[in-house]
Write a protein of this length. Structure first.
Length: 469
């Protein structure tokens, strides 16, 4: 039986709500593979950029960070949809879940076009705000403008991926991710370096490869969702249903959007701190860009646990089982933190080799090693925070993510990074140490919140209307 046939059978027979270890693993491992495919795509882009020059590598980091910042709206809507869909399925309100899916996919597509237009209109202002160094400004401007046409597809690809996870259909999008990754690999090497007889477009080839990949993924995911029965003309919600159901989606999405905005603007400010360092700023920026890619080996699997925790917690709360939700939260966090800390320990002796793989210049390699030295140590704390963030999304308690993540980033990481990096040390090591310290504090607060705060109260009421049109 094909994956799509299984998905259709699931829609007809009802959702899978099992929380056994086997069910959790079945939900998580495909997402881990998808995260690694995403890592490989980003890693390949950084590797190709490094083969061109350190300036291109640094410019790519600035463009990627701006692009992630513009994804804030999609992340917000997707967080609200994850809570609403998983809880609806937990309460066995399948018709309601289908309408949330249709509303989310349609809304994200429209929002993607709107945000891309705004990004184009205000492109010079955006590049001015993040203080792009003059050495890489021309590269950054060209790459930024070339990436904007792909933003609607990026919104749609991300939203449909969330819909698959929320309905526990994790194998179909895995196959799509594998196809997208292969396409991106060939396009990056072909258009970026002129391999396979393709025209050598340089750094713009990297951007075009990513844009094409996003459109391919978005189209494939939409077709699979439609084939599975979760996305069709009949599932498009009417005005009456939207009036009844959107308040909860907005209630969850607004704090999630604010949290994403605070987090991504914090990372953009972090890039600004590094770009404006008194010494060796371009190499430091290239090191931060490449170091983040290596760190993705740990962070992306952590995001797989984050997403699984959101779905499982949402299902449990939809069934009216808050204690089961709390137990899932603590157990998944412990497993994820332990497993990925072991991976970090394995990577530790190979920091120099990883740096040499990602950059040619000795200065950039030194900065990559410095970044990894601090951030591999933060693995148990960063992974715990990541999984707990998914717990709050599944419960609809996204305001706690806003409070804790925002307070940690803007209240500690950035001020301490400025103090150490610009005032006391004058090097990127001060910024990287501030990242480690803030992760430790953030994870301690999140552990206390999950254990002691009443976050299950933010779930939807089980008797909420599900069939109103």
């Amino acid at each position: 039986m094909t994956n799509c046939s299984k998905a259709q059978q699931q829609v007809a027979s009802g959702p899978d709500l099992s929380v056994t270890p086997r069910a959790i693993w079945r939900l998580t491992w495909p997402q881990m593979l998808m995260m690694y495919l995403m890592f490989f795509m980003g890693f390949m882009a950084v590797w190709v950029a490094g083969r061109i020059s350190a300036n291109v590598q640094a410019a790519l980091g600035m463009v990627n960070q701006c692009g992630i910042f513009l994804m804030v709206v999609s992340m917000a809507v997707s967080s609200g949809a994850t809570a609403a869909i998983s809880q609806s399925l937990g309460a066995r309100r399948i018709a309601c879940a289908k309408r949330y899916i249709a509303a989310t996919v349609t809304g994200c597509c429209c929002l993607g076009f709107l945000v891309a237009l705004l990004g184009w209109v205000f492109s010079e202002g955006i590049l001015g705000i993040i203080l792009v160094p003059e050495d890489i400004l021309p590269h950054t401007r060209e790459m930024w403008l070339a990436s904007l046409p792909g933003l609607p597809a990026q919104y749609l690809y991300a939203a449909t991926g969330v819909m698959f996870r929320a309905t526990r259909q994790v194998l179909p999008p895995l196959w799509v991710a594998a196809i997208v990754c292969l396409f991106n690999l060939l396009a990056c090497l072909g258009l970026g370096l002129g391999w396979f007889g393709l025209p050598n477009c340089g750094y713009l080839g990297l951007v075009w490869a990513n844009v094409g990949s996003q459109y391919l993924g978005a189209i494939c995911n939409c077709l699979l969702l439609a084939h599975s029965g979760y996305l069709s003309r009949r599932t498009l919600p009417g005005v009456r249903w939207l009036k009844s159901a959107l308040p909860y989606l907005i209630k969850v999405s607004l704090p999630a959007g604010a949290a994403s905005l605070v987090w991504q603007s914090g990372y953009m400010t972090l890039f600004v701190l590094v770009a404006s360092l008194p010494y060796d700023s371009v190499n430091a920026l290239a090191g931060l860009t490449a170091g983040l890619r290596v760190e993705s080996l740990l962070f992306l699997p952590g995001m797989a646990f984050n997403m699984s925790a959101a779905v499982l917690v949402g299902n449990s709360l939809g069934e009216g089982k808050p204690e089961q939700a709390r137990r899932i939260a603590l157990n998944m966090t412990a497993i994820a933190a332990a497993a990925l800390t072991l991976v970090a320990a394995i990577l530790w002796p190979f920091r120099q080799e990883l740096a040499a793989l990602l950059a040619q210049e000795a200065g950039a390699q030194q900065q990559i090693v410095s970044y990894l030295s601090y951030n591999l140590l933060s693995t148990p704390f960063s992974i715990a925070s990541t999984v707990f963030g998914g717990v709050m999304v599944g419960a609809g308690a996204t305001r706690y993510n806003l409070l804790i993540f925002g307070g940690s980033f803007w209240g500690l990481r950035l001020p301490l990074g400025w103090l150490l990096g610009h005032v006391l040390w004058g090097t990127s090591s001060g910024v990287f140490l501030a990242m480690l310290i803030s992760q430790i504090l953030q994870s301690c607060v999140m552990i206390h919140a999950v254990r002691s705060w009443d976050w299950p109260r933010f779930a939807m009421r089980r008797h909420a209307p599900s069939t109103v049109r």
